[in-house]
Design a protein around this ligand. Structure first.
Ligand SMILES: Cc1cc2nc3c(=O)[nH]c(=O)nc-3n(C[C@H](O)[C@H](O)[C@H](O)COP(=O)(O)OP(=O)(O)OC[C@H]3O[C@@H](n4cnc5c(N)ncnc54)[C@H](O)[C@@H]3O)c2cc1C
Length: 364
């Protein structure tokens, strides 16, 4: 019987790919066209610096995934012919305020201490940064470089994963909106909106924000909420930006992506002029030459946020064989989700210890 994965975003597909590599029969059910789809609206970073500032276990888990990314991208290229444009030159966060830079530097130093100094980063003053990135403007007081960071083309990643899942014998059913799940130990019967039924002996709930509606039947709390992020992209430019930052990166096709804002706006996924203007101003403060560049597109998408911002990995207590997987950094964690999490889902001995990411942390 099949492993059913509900959700065909980057999280569901990464896990499906890993399960198929372990010889499992997998069917991915992906919902309606108008569902929220963070995997199609994100910033494409594999970002480590600053992640888990108050949670070293999250910093370690993110780093572990980043370390797996080169092999993951290579496997996808070999298996699908799709180059996900993985870049691992490192990343730079830019600062226009000395105090903020100093505070961030202190915070990263504390985290590095907690991680036995295995957390490379370098604080660069304006002139050192200018030597590395000559295009920065006078308002930039400095930056933090870390070789741990990188980026990819997230739409190519999604395409590669879809092809890889199908090539490995998996089934992806699109327009397959799950409306209910009958769940008993190792026995799942999923009902789709079109009346079709799919049976399986294991199930992974990875439906992003859509997980909330299915969680209770499977014995999960799913305390997640949407958080809006708006993004801009410019016309294609000659390549000038080697290092992505948390807010500005040049994509492999040449456009400069600027973002992403953070707003608690419920399920509003429309962009607005005020946010676009402030994102554009920030980018011009860092790189003044962008003032003369055309914006060609803007959009908003919804992050999937847990109360503390860290992933949730939870096995069902009421229906053995069901797992819930969600996170707000599905690109960064895609390599871990494909390479490590399938062993946890299959309850194998070599599974990573992700107990600190269970839902029980919210029960205090
Ligand atoms: C603006 C923005 C910028 C971001 N930048 C980054 C970044 O730089 N780096 C990074 O690591 N992460 C980033 N993220 C986060 C990343 O995009 C998400 O963590 C990731 O896409 C989540 O993937 P997912 O598969 O869980 O969810 P989604 O992509 O939302 O996919 C969920 C899928 O489940 C399906 N579904 C829902 N309900 C049902 C149902 N009932 N039945 C069947 N299917 C269903 C939907 O159709 C959808 O395809 C960003 C997010 C946003 C919004």
């Amino acid at each position: 019987m099949a492993h059913i994965v509900i959700g065909g975003g980057v999280v569901g597909l990464s896990i499906a790919y890993g399960l198929l590599k372990r010889g499992k029969d997998v069917v991915v059910l992906d919902g309606a066209d108008d569902d929220f789809r963070a995997s199609r609206g994100n910033f494409g970073l594999i970002w480590i610096q600053g992640k888990g500032e108050h949670a070293p276990h999250y910093a370690t888990w993110s780093r572990r995934s980043a370390d797996l990314w080169a092999g993951f991208a290579k496997d996808l290229l070999v298996e699908t012919g799709v180059d996900v444009a993985y870049q691992d030159a490192g990343g730079i966060d830019y600062f226009t305020d000395e105090d903020v830079l100093e505070k961030r530097g202190r915070s990263l130093s504390q985290l590095a201490q907690q991680l036995d100094d295995d957390y490379p980063f370098e604080i660069l003053d304006h002139s050192k940064l200018k030597a590395l990135v000559p295009e920065i403007g006078p308002k930039v007081v400095g930056g933090i470089y870390s070789p741990m960071d990188g980026h990819v083309n997230p739409l190519s990643l999604l395409r590669a994963l879809s092809i890889a899942v199908r090539n490995a014998g998996g089934t992806i059913r699109t327009g397959a909106q799950v409306i209910s799940v009958g769940a008993r130990d190792r026995d799942f019967s999923v009902l789709l909106a079109d009346g079709a039924k799919i049976d399986g002996d294991a199930l992974v709930l990875a439906a992003g924000l859509g997980s909330v509606e299915l969680a209770e039947e499977l014995g999960f709390d799913a305390p997640i909420r949407p958080q809006q992020g708006q993004v801009l992209i410019t016309e294609k430019l000659p390549h000038f930006l080697k290092y992505p930052s948390g807010t500005i990166r040049q994509v492999n096709e040449g456009g400069v992506q600027i973002g992403a804002s953070k707003s608690e706006a419920g399920t509003n996924d429309s962009e607005d002029i005020a946010t676009s203007a402030s994102l554009a101003q920030h980018a011009i403060d860092i790189f003044p030459h962008l003032e003369r560049v055309k914006l060609v597109r803007s959009w908003a998408a919804l992050r999937i946020m847990s109360p503390d911002g860290y992933p949730i990995y939870q096995r069902s207590q009421s229906a053995r064989g069901a797992s819930f997987v969600t996170c707000h950094s599905g690109i960064t964690l895609a390599a871990a989700h494909a390479s490590l999490m399938p062993d946890w889902i299959l309850e194998r001995n070599r599974a990573p210890d992700v107990s600190q990411f269970s839902e029980s942390r919210f029960h205090v």
